[in-house]
Design a protein around this ligand. Structure first.
Ligand code: SF4
Ligand code: SF4
Ligand code: SF4
Length: 279
């Protein structure tokens, strides 16, 4: 008889948080990115900086990222959730066919992760040169937004890019987030307070175990808490998969492992309430 796979409490909570943010706040990432474009345009035009809902969303997400790591990317961004959903479907189909899940860019990913900074620079340069509306209309973000509203696409280029990105997300975990997302580039540059950086107690590890590294959608080598190495914290989505996977509860964010789930729920509630108050 086939053994039924148990669904963990962590997975159930994750799905609930993601569903709420996906349905209620599907455009936070593009709103925040518009905030960045506006600030850069205003600075280059030497105009006085204007505070509006785009800049407000950006500031909330940046501060939240500095305090809690990339919780937004891990759980609350609708585009990230779409990518994880697509990868989940593709890897489930492959498992059913008894094939290993695809991970096409495991090695190249270490270089390709810098591509998102190039994308960020190119997009900002286009905005400075006055192509801001064209960038907005033809971006995969806009096509995703139309798709989310179950409306017909209004740009062939944007739809094509969205389909390409979706195909990439089916092949590689967090393909768009790791390699191409300009908003992800900004988040990855944020400093993260020490209690939100994921580490492990290497001395306590099971010999030859790599479970936490293998499950990591960002393809990171989880750093040791003894090394004081925070170099990968910007690339970490704070998704907690490494924490859920470790058989020895050896991965942590500086706080006892049992606090991870209550903290996760707490972060989700705080971010949700902030946006409820703002909008
Ligand atoms: S990297 Fe970009 S698309 Fe991915 S979760 Fe973060 S903001 Fe969303
Ligand atoms: S899963 Fe746990 S025991 Fe295994 S390498 Fe990672 S931290 Fe160590
Ligand atoms: S699995 Fe762990 S190290 Fe990898 S992105 Fe998620 S939280 Fe960060």
């Amino acid at each position: 008889m086939k053994k039924k796979k148990k669904i963990s409490v962590q997975t159930i909570i994750e799905v609930m948080i993601r569903a709420v943010f996906f349905i209620i706040y599907p455009a936070l990432f593009s709103t925040a990115f518009t905030g960045i474009k506006l600030i850069v345009e205003q600075i280059t035009q030497r105009a006085s900086l204007q505070w509006n809902s785009f800049v407000e969303t950006l500031v909330v997400l940046l501060v939240f990222t500095i305090v809690f790591g990339r919780f937004f990317c891990g759980f609350a961004c609708a585009f990230g959730t779409w990518g994880d959903f697509v990868y989940f479907i593709s890897s489930t189909v492959r498992k059913k066919r008894k094939k290993k899940p695809l991970k096409c860019f495991s090695k190249a990913g270490k270089i390709l992760r810098y591509l998102k900074y190039v994308v960020l620079l190119v997009v900002l340069l286009l905005c400075i040169k006055g192509y801001s509306s064209a960038v907005a209309v033809h971006s995969p973000f806009s096509a995703f937004s139309r798709f989310h509203q179950l409306k017909m696409a209004d740009s062939l280029i944007g739809t094509g890019l969205f389909l390409l990105v979706t195909a990439g997300m089916a092949l590689e975990p967090r393909f768009f987030c790791r390699f191409l997302c300009p908003m992800g580039a900004v988040f990855s540059l944020m400093p993260v307070l020490p209690f939100s950086v994921i580490k492990r107690n290497r001395e306590n590890c099971i010999p030859n175990c790599k479970a936490c590294n293998l499950v990591c959608p960002a393809n990171l080598e989880i750093p040791s808490d003894k090394e004081g190495d925070n170099a990968t914290s910007g690339e970490c989505f704070s998704c907690g998969k490494c924490i859920g996977k470790c058989p020895k509860q050896n991965t942590h964010n500086g706080l006892p492992g049992r606090l991870w789930l209550p903290m996760l729920v707490g972060k989700a509630v705080v971010l949700f309430v902030i946006f409820r108050i703002l909008y």
